[in-house]
Design a protein around this ligand. Structure first.
Ligand code: SAH
Length: 256
């Protein structure tokens, strides 16, 4: 049955269309209007064949779209009886301004539903054969952003002394590309300099690149093309050689 007059807040996953949920795929085919962020891959947008597709990413074109304008667009379309898919990269609840949009929809009395997606940190870990909760080394996963606008503290600073623990795997979204400060902060928080770290760019896509290092050498990490994510922790130990072995066997498979 075709869906109507509702806003679906949908996760598009990290980029590979095969990582969309079946539900996200179905909704894209049934939607009247798709409002998507900059990071959503074009291979995914082409699945929305019957819909009007609009980029409402904060960086789209010359015109800057505000959060209020995005909210107003969703509400107005749903009130006209359209089935709206608000498509966000990864999972809509991870650094995706989901709560602001839900607040606006509730205030306007518009029905909505959240459809989760594969978040970038999980996709990056999977691609390198890393378990973020490897029970021999990691008792917790810390999802955090290096971007001030999303930081937990009023001054935008991250409380590394509390977050960075020897038994935690850190998953850092929007890490920027200057890691010298981070190195200092993590060492000051008491982490050992030999703890491994990896930066993964374009996780799950054909453009995926990664670079392993250690906390002590974070300052010399090369600048990989965004979007990129940084994983740090003992759960990554051995992943460097494992992912090299996987890359070699993939190359052999492809050559066959
Ligand atoms: N909601 C998204 C995150 C949005 S914030 C999710 O759950 O994945 C945007 C940040 O996500 C980027 O700056 C980058 O740090 C990360 N990111 C998104 N897609 C990525 C990808 N394919 N590879 C690596 N990092 C990615």
């Amino acid at each position: 049955m075709k869906q109507k007059a509702k806003v679906y807040l949908v996760g598009a996953g990290p980029g590979d269309p095969d990582l969309l949920t079946v539900k996200a795929h179905r909704l894209l085919r049934e939607a009247d209007l798709v409002l998507h962020d900059d990071l959503v891959a074009s291979a995914i947008l082409t699945l929305a064949r019957g819909a009007q597709v609009e980029n409402v990413g904060k960086r789209c074109g010359a015109k800057k779209i505000t959060q209020d304008e995005i909210n107003a667009r969703m509400i107005e379309a749903a009130q006209r009886g359209l089935c709206v898919v608000r498509l966000k990269s990864g999972d809509p609840g991870i650094f995706g301004r989901l709560s602001e949009e839900i607040d606006a929809l509730e205030t306007a009395g518009v029905p909505y539903e959240v459809v989760p997606g594969v978040t970038a940190g999980i996709a990056a870990a999977a691609s390198l054969g890393i378990s973020l909760t490897d029970r021999r080394k990691s008792a917790r996963v810390v999802i955090v952003t290096g971007h001030k606008a999303h930081g937990g503290q009023p001054d935008g600073k991250i409380d590394w002394k509390n977050l960075a623990r020897e038994d935690a795997t850190l998953v850092i979204y929007m890490p920027g590309h200057e890691f010298e400060n981070l190195r200092e902060e993590l060492l000051a928080a008491g982490l050992a300099s030999e703890i491994p770290a990896v930066i993964v760019s374009h996780a799950s896509t054909a453009e995926q690149r990664h670079q392993f290092t250690t906390i002590g050498d974070l300052g010399s990490l090369p600048h990989l093309e965004p979007p990129a994510i940084l994983l740090i922790g003992r759960a990554l130990e051995g992943a460097d050689t494992r992912s090299r072995a996987a890359a070699v066997s993939q190359a052999i498979e492809c050559a066959e």
